[in-house]
Ligand binder design. Structure first.
Ligand SMILES: NC(=O)c1ccc[n+]([C@@H]2O[C@H](COP(=O)([O-])OP(=O)(O)OC[C@H]3O[C@@H](n4cnc5c(N)ncnc54)[C@H](OP(=O)(O)O)[C@@H]3O)[C@@H](O)[C@H]2O)c1
Length: 321
């Protein structure tokens, strides 16, 4: 069982201290003179105790066609988004075999392979796609094995750093699905296992089968249904990866939340957009949080990543809840 626990200080400085011992003095001096990329302003967290990433990730679901189906309208822009994310210091890219399907993973390999050192590509398996906007769970062990092996091939990886079980299949006990992923891990095809769309109880069941290092659930300022799961992650040292961190790009939803006035006040006080304020709130909310805003546009990406530098005061955080 993973018993690593977060403290705010560990999350902010742990990665930096951990790496300092590994680099030669001249290299360290050169690294210090280079300006830190924007995503680094979010601080770092360690996934599974050994993967240090900046807490500002990128979600690669939106670089596909409408309904998360087929090719994107502008494939060149999609590749530019991926490359720009890395330039901005993003070193955690979330994807899934189901995005496109296959399109997101393929574009990641086209744009970024050979991958820069330290880039973590987190993919998922467990959902199949009969058509646009349609998602069907398939948690059969045989399917998960085939999905994982196909992702390895598409991403041109020998091992996937973080493989997430996308969604429980109501027809398959979650222990059977997770058990097969644990076997793939033992075979060296997966480094760490995460889960997605899990309740606290389901997470506890999965963790009785094998160590789980992350949970990816919907969570944003207007939808805190998974607050209990976040609390478990924080307590137990798991990363919490909120999907739809900016409520799918809907200012109306963000502003419909109970905290809408405080969110608008925060955006105004810092001279930032409501999306940036929503991301800054997530980062401030918990040191276990690893937001993955998604976009198909370089301009939006730059705006989202720039939120990493926004610092909330204690009273701003209290007002947002
Ligand atoms: N595990 C799961 O079941 C699950 C489910 C859904 C998503 N996810 C993951 O979570 C990631 C994020 O979720 P999401 O994409 O659904 O929601 P999101 O990140 O909250 O919002 C993405 C939407 O916001 C727009 N957007 C982004 N930045 C913007 C900006 N600065 N200004 C205006 N609009 C902006 C994007 O449109 P443009 O393209 O026009 O910028 C896109 O339509 C996904 O990419 C995926 O990796 C996981």
């Amino acid at each position: 069982m993973d018993t690593q626990r977060w403290t705010r200080r560990q999350v902010l400085v742990g990665g930096v201290i951990g790496m300092a011992g590994l680099v030669a003095p001249r290299e360290a001096a050169r690294a210090q003179s280079r300006p830190a990329p924007p995503a680094a302003a979010a601080g770092t967290l360690k996934i599974g105790g050994d993967l240090t990433v900046n807490r500002m990730g990128f979600g690669a679901m939106r670089i596909t066609g409408s309904g998360i189906w087929g090719e994107p309208k502008d494939a060149a822009e999609a590749r530019r988004v991926l490359r720009r994310a890395v330039e901005l210091g993003v070193d955690f890219v979330d994807t899934a075999d189901a995005y496109g399907p296959q399109v997101s993973e393929r574009l990641i390999a086209e744009a970024l392979h050979p991958y820069p050192q330290g880039l973590v590509i987190a993919t998922k398996g467990g959902l199949v796609r009969p058509g646009p906007s349609s998602w069907v769970p398939d948690g059969r062990p045989q399917h998960l094995r085939e999905a994982c092996e196909a992702s390895l091939k598409r991403l041109q990886l020998a091992r996937i750093d973080l493989y997430q079980f996308h969604h429980i299949d109501p027809k398959v006990p979650l222990e059977d699905s997770i058990g097969e992923l644990a076997r793939l891990q033992k075979e060296g095809k997966i480094r760490h296992l995460g889960v997605s769309n899990f309740t606290v109880e389901e997470l506890a069941r999965a963790r009785r089968v094998t160590p789980i290092v992350s949970v990816q659930n919907r969570y944003n300022i207007a939808d805190r249904t998974s607050a209990d799961v976040l609390a478990v992650c924080e307590r137990e040292g798991l990363a919490f990866i909120p999907w739809a961190p900016i409520a799918r790009g809907s200012p109306d939803i963000l502003e419909s939340s109970a905290a809408s006035k405080a969110l608008e006040a925060l955006a105004k006080a810092h001279g930032v957009s409501v999306f940036q304020a929503a991301i800054a709130w997530l980062l401030a909310k918990s040191p276990a949080m690893l937001p993955i805003p998604g976009t198909s546009s370089v301009a939006h990406l730059e705006e989202d990543v720039a939120a990493a530098r926004i610092r909330l005061s204690a009273s701003e955080l209290a007002a947002l809840g």
